[in-house]
Design a protein. Structure first.
Length: 54
């Protein structure tokens, strides 16, 4: 017999700390045992860190 799997899928959080904190509570609140976080995970602005030679 196969146990039931509860999957929670979310996309495009765009670096939102509020959404990230809610995401961390999903297994407990929704009894999900698999979480998928896909899509745009970073904020609207990405600042690259580049080391330049002198």
């Amino acid at each position: 017999m196969v146990d039931k799997v509860r999957l929670f899928h979310a996309v495009d959080i765009h670096g939102s700390e509020i959404v990230w904190r809610k995401w961390l509570s999903i297994p407990k609140v929704h009894k999900a045992n698999i979480l998928l976080l896909c899509g745009d995970l970073t904020g609207k602005l990405i600042i690259p860190i580049i080391e330049e030679s002198p």
